[in-house]
Design a protein around this ligand. Structure first.
Ligand code: MN
Length: 201
């Protein structure tokens, strides 16, 4: 577990994002996933999967698709602490990732990566650049493939697997905009949290 990069990018006197407790362990629960809409300088969705005590993270500019024919670019970003899955609010101007963050979907996930009929541990699957994840969220469900591309380092593709949860037309990124935590939209979060100087809630 390494949150050094995460912490180095942030000034916790200014941002309300969690610092991450090194003793934080998910014991007994299924591993969590979260997808956060992030209205940073360039708008994107952050996909985070719990693997070995941290949230492995990708910025997905267009967000996840439910159409197996759509390949969504996903850029690997630094590991985030587990409690980041509960973060919704604004990151103050001037800080890393400044802008509103909305909990767009959340749930548990299961590693379904296999090789020769055996499950490949998630961390190993990531190193190999091929991870199959079964997501159980409110908006996003079923299998998703994450494939590292041969191009620039950190570039991956996020692709819906062709299963019962695949749907060519659903497009939840456009039609289900509200937070699964608070029901707010990203504009409501921006409006409510701006102008309070980033004071803790
Ligand atoms: Mn982000």
């Amino acid at each position: 577990m390494n949150l050094k990069q995460y912490r180095e990018k942030r000034d916790f006197r200014k941002t309300r994002e969690p610092q991450g407790d090194p003793a934080d362990r998910n014991t007994g629960r299924k591993p969590v996933f979260v997808i956060q809409e992030h209205a940073a300088s360039s708008h994107h969705f952050d996909l985070r999967l719990e693997i070995d005590g941290v949230l492995k993270s990708w910025a997905v500019p267009k967000g996840p698709s439910t159409d197996p024919k759509e390949k969504r670019m996903a850029i690997a970003t630094e590991d985030h602490p587990l409690d980041y899955a509960d973060f919704e609010g604004t990151i103050p101007e001037g800080e890393y990732g400044a802008g509103a963050v909305l909990i767009w979907d959340r749930g548990s996930w299961k590693n379904i990566t296999e090789k020769d009929g055996e499950v490949v541990p998630a961390a190993e699957a990531l190193q190999n650049g091929h991870l199959l994840a079964w997501l159980e969220g409110g908006k996003i469900r079923g299998g998703y493939a994450l494939h590292r591309t041969g191009g620039k380092e950190g570039n991956w593709l996020l692709i819906k697997m062709d299963d019962d949860e695949a749907d060519r037309r659903r497009n939840p990124v456009s039609t289900q905009r509200e937070s699964v935590e608070t029901g707010r939209t990203i504009d409501e979060i921006s409006a409510r949290d701006s102008g309070n100087g980033g004071a803790p809630r």
